[in-house]
Write a protein that binds this ligand. Structure first.
Ligand SMILES: Nc1ncnc2c1ncn2[C@@H]1O[C@H](COP(=O)(O)OP(=O)(O)OP(=O)(O)O)[C@@H](O)[C@H]1O
Ligand SMILES: [Mg+2]
Length: 476
């Protein structure tokens, strides 16, 4: 305050002219303008006041504009941030939509493939059954010194190759899982590697199997097919000689690991198949599961082995990964969900054809199968009644159930299909013995009938020995 007043020459304080004006924006006082001591020491005049008022209005406006500008900038920044975040979300949603479209497209493709493969398998396996059946019949009447013996054996081998091709197609199309049983994979690995090793002496096979390996619910035939595909590839990658290392172990997969492979966390049985062969470069590795992708020369590979392996493992809710280095070797790791069920017993492994004399009702809508099937069963010593449709089978069984010991039942028939026939037979006689047979079944269909109590399943084309063993397994 002292600075506002000034000592006059006679040491008295004189009171100068003094102005105090509020600085306002929108009725809000944001400051005060204090003015004192005009240079000429005169009092502020009315015109000064007017000038100051107008100056104050300008200052207020400038302050207001600056505040608004700052607010606008803040709002713009926030908006930009929000738009940025929304855009990211949008991109993410778009990617998810594309991904699910791709997945559903892929699923549709696999579904269509499944229908196609199923249709081929059904007809093709019936035809092969006819070829196999007639060959079996001829082989039964001749001995190994016969001129045609080797040719007939050759035909049987070709039938097996042709049936393998349908199996690979079904595997890729995620079909062909007929009979699921709780299985000891160590046993399966021992069996398949022994079979493989017998013909591939140039390869050394090492086995490291975990004791007390968890069981897994699998279609044994399909997983055997998977192992054979992997052994074959390893063998082809090691021309001349090489080492094949087979391992099994219990694996507990945590959330992170299972998320990576889009499977549920939990207990899995891990199988590894490693070779020290030629390995693959990254470009090859990326494509190996594609159907018909092969790097092998014409006639050596068609590129279905790994595509079907992948489909089969997926269809078992498992997954597969591969490590490979060019020139160093390759390792495939398979993971199959572990099961707490007790391992169901193994099949008999006798090499002999087993005969019998019971009465069999053979049911099939294919004339060829009935014709050949009846002759095969005659040769095996059985008495046979044939039924060419589901309806006829039910009627015959009603009449002759006392005489009939077992029914061989085709699953896919145009009038009454195998499932319904089985239910009717069960109603007539709850203890009826049935061997289900098919060239192809829709996923789960065979299993459904087996779960209802049907004794066994045999896949067409089967040979004389397979059929004879299955029949004795049920009848004895
Ligand atoms: N163990 C391996 N070592 C090196 N390359 C491999 C191995 N396994 C697979 N491959 C590569 O993956 C390709 C695809 O394998 P896949 O088993 O699907 O078909 P294929 O063996 O060529 O033919 P197919 O199995 O139908 O007879 C092979 O051609 C080969 O290039
Ligand atoms: Mg292969």
């Amino acid at each position: 305050m002292r600075r506002l007043f000034r000592k006059s020459n006679d040491h008295k304080y004189e009171s100068p002219s003094f102005i105090c004006m509020p600085l306002r924006t929108h009725e809000q006082v944001i400051g005060v303008l204090n003015l004192s001591r005009k240079r000429d020491h005169k009092a502020f005049s009315k015109s000064d006041l007017k000038y100051l008022k107008s100056l104050l209005t300008h200052i207020s406006l400038a302050v207001e504009n600056a505040t608004l500008l700052k607010e606008a900038k803040d709002a713009t920044r926030k908006l930009q941030q929000a738009v940025g975040e929304q855009s990211l979300q949008l991109i993410e949603i778009q990617q998810q939509a594309l991904q699910s479209m791709e997945i559903s497209h892929q699923a549709q493709k696999i579904e269509a493939m499944g229908t196609l493969a199923g249709g081929i398998a059904h007809h093709f396996n019936n035809l092969l059954m006819g070829i196999q059946g007639r060959t079996s019949l001829m082989l039964m009447d001749i001995d190994p010194t016969h001129l045609f013996y080797e040719h007939l054996k050759g035909i049987e081998e070709q039938v097996v190759s042709a049936a393998n091709l349908t199996k690979q197609l079904l595997g890729f199309a995620r079909r062909g899982k007929y009979e699921v049983k709780s299985t000891d994979l160590n046993e399966l690995m021992k069996k398949t590697s022994r079979m493989f090793g017998r013909t591939k002496k140039e390869i050394t096979i090492h086995c490291k199997f975990q004791e007390d390996l968890w069981a897994a619910e699998i279609d044994r035939e399909q997983i055997e097919q998977v192992m054979m595909n992997l052994y074959d590839n390893a063998w082809q990658a090691m021309p001349g000689s090489g080492e094949l290392i087979l391992e099994t172990q219990n694996a507990r997969l945590d959330q992170d690991f299972s998320k990576l492979f889009s499977v549920t966390e939990g207990n899995y049985v891990q199988i590894s198949v490693a070779d020290n062969g030629c390995g693959m470069d990254e470009a090859t590795r990326q494509r190996i599961f594609e159907p018909f992708y092969t790097t092998k020369e014409m006639g050596r590979g068609i590129g279905l082995g790994l595509a079907s392996t992948y489909g089969i493992i997926k269809n078992h809710d498992g997954f597969i990964n591969v490590y490979s280095e060019k020139g160093a070797g390759t390792t495939f790791n398979l993971y199959l969900p572990a099961s707490e069920n007790r391992v169901s017993e193994k099949r008999g492994t006798t090499e002999d054809i087993l005969k019998g004399n019971e009465m069999i009702l053979l049911v099939d809508d294919e004339k060829l199968i009935l014709e050949v099937g009846k002759q095969i069963l005659d040769k095996l010593g059985y008495k046979v009644i044939v039924a060419k449709s589901g309806q006829e089978a039910i009627e015959i069984y009603k009449e002759e159930q006392e005489k009939i010991d077992i029914v061989i039942l085709d699953m896919i028939m145009p009038d009454v299909d195998g499932r319904v026939v089985y239910e009717r037979l069960k109603e007539i006689n709850p203890a009826v013995k049935v061997l289900l047979s098919s060239g192809y079944s829709i996923t789960g269909q065979a299993q459904e009938i087996l779960d209802k109590g049907c004794n066994e399943f045999i896949q067409k084309p089967y040979n004389l020995k397979d059929l004879s063993l299955k029949l004795r397994e049920i009848l004895d």
